[in-house]
Each structure stands twice: as C-alpha cells, then as structure tokens.
Write a protein that binds this ligand. Sequence first.
Ligand SMILES: Cc1ncc(COP(=O)(O)O)c(C=O)c1O
Length: 347
Amino acid sequence: MKDINWSKLGFHYTEPDYIVRAGYHDGVWEEPYATSDKHIQLHVSATCLQYGQEAFEGLKAFRGIDGKIRIFRWRENARRMARSAEGLFMKPVPEELFGRAIRLALEKNIDFVPPYGTGATLYFRPLLIGTTPRLGVGPGQDFEFVVIPSPIGPYYPGKFHCTSFIVNRYVDRAAPLGTGQFKVGGNYAASFRATEAAHAMGLDCLFLDSKYHRYIDECSAANFIGIKRTTNDKIEYLTPRSSAILPSITNDSLMTLARERGYKVTRRHIRLEELADMSEAAACGTACVISPIDRVLDPERNVTYSFGSEPGPILSELYRALRDIQFGRAEDKHGWCEIINEGAEGD
Ligand SMILES: Cc1ncc(COP(=O)(O)O)c(C=O)c1O
C-alpha cells in the first residue's frame, strides 16, 4: 500500500500510477489498456475542445471491514454515461468495456485503495471525449474513453456535519429540455458563476428550475432530499422530479433503503416554500453520500429555512445504512457491490 496519510486526503487529485484508455476509431472500440502517461495528445480542433463533446462519471471502490474491495454500482454509472454520450451525439462506451476499464484501473492501482477505517476511498473519474478534428459545427466520429483513478479522503474527516445553502435565481445550470439530465462538462462550467459566488460567502448553491424559478432542482453537484412527516405521522422522503437534474445513483440507492424502512418515497415538483414543512434536508451524491443541510437562505425573499444545526435522525440513519453496505458492514441485499478480491481476509 502507498505511503499516504489517507485520512488527511481531501477531495483532490492524487496522481495514480496508471490511467486506463480506449479509443474509438473507424467504428471500433479498442480494448482498454493501462498507461502511466497522464497526458492525451489532442488535435487543437477536436470536437471536445471546439464544441464541448465531453461527458464524465464518478464512482468509488471501498476497502471493506473484511479486506475485500467493493466497486459500488458501476453498471449504473456505465448506463448513465451511455445516456450522456447519446445526449451529446457521441458513441456510448459498451457497458462491459466500461466495467473492464474500471477493473483494470483498480488492479493497476491496487496500492492506492485506502485501508479500511480511514474513511478514504478510491474514486474513479471515467471521461469520454470527442477527438475528431473539426472546424465546421457538428459532432465527431472519433472518441477517447479514459478512466482516471485517484484516492480521495473522507468527506467528513471530523464528524458528520451540516452545510448551508443559498437560493440562486440568476444562473440556470441547464434548460428544462437541455443537458441537465446528462453528466457533461458544460453543465458544470455553466454553474460556476453561481457556485463560486456562493462559496465566497461560505455557502453552497441551491438551483431552482430554470423555467419558473419556483421548484427545487439540485444542490450544486448533488440531488436534493427532504424529510417530512405526513399527517398520519408517516415519514416521507421527498426528492425533486425534474428533466434538468442528474439522476443520482446515490439518491436511487437511498430511496430503496428508505422504502425498506417503510418510509413513503415521493418524487415530484417541490416548491421552494415547502422547505418550511420539512424536518430534515440534505444534498446527496457519490462524494458525500449525504450532506445534511442546516439552513437555506433566500436573501431576495428575506427568508431563511432552518433544519437544526445537527444532522437529523432519518438522514443520519440512511447515511449509515448506505455506508455500511459500501464498507461491507451490512448485507448487500441488492447486489450493489462488485467484489474484486473475493478471497481477501480482514486487514
Ligand atoms: C449535478 C449532479 N447531480 C447529482 C449528482 C449525484 O449523483 P451520484 O449520486 O450518481 O454521484 C452529481 C454527482 O455525480 C452531480 O454532479
């Protein structure tokens, strides 16, 4: 194992030994191969540079309590990347090729999988770019698929804690029928003006729907979850339905865990003012699993929605439940984890 201070790693890039690449030319995918060269030679007119033909993904491998390494729901990332590719008129990476590339990236960088107990994980950033040189506006026919692994530190190096959000009404990250449902670089570039302004105030950015600025869309680079108690004291897990948000694999997993616990799970348009009826709120995604929200500021309307300064009980429980599956502490009933080193003994 590499000599790294695992629990001090942030969400920053740490240079792995190898990345994995596979090109698509003349209608054929190359078999993924590992290379220690972290640079790609690109024509200056490549469609990824000229017209933003680029999609990416994010997923993790976890070293469990039993020493086994688990890759979490990679097929879902492969399928989402295929949808992103189709959304930008790129060639989708075949699912099995995606899986082979992730496994190869893991095997070639096995010493970068952080030890159990540090909270650190091995993150994979699959990337798909258009490489055909083209000056006339239009898509290319050549693509490069790359998997960049990097160990990342625990999202909560101290204790599980809350963050605060500010409502944004002056930047739309994606149009209702645009690319918001795809994981493409342009959405993120389009959001930076708002997210950086929020960060400068020590806050995160809550995006509203682009058409009416009435409904909750997404939290920066994460989905939104709210917890509400219904009139018959049932617990309701609420999450936005919107054509402009990324279908989060974490949110999908948490919804399954919520249903298993007998909670009502509802996906619908959520008006911003409904925050006042929620007992808990959070952002969710691969990086954090759940990031509880203590308050949402809406300075334009002079309103602050508060959820208490500590993470609430329902979201804390769902957070623990999902992490327990990822780190092999709980049964993986849904077959979400692919185990790489089946025979491994505890650390
Ligand atoms: C815009 C956006 N929404 C939601 C998510 C959460 O998705 P996932 O749970 O699949 O990481 C992410 C992160 O990937 C994101 O970038």
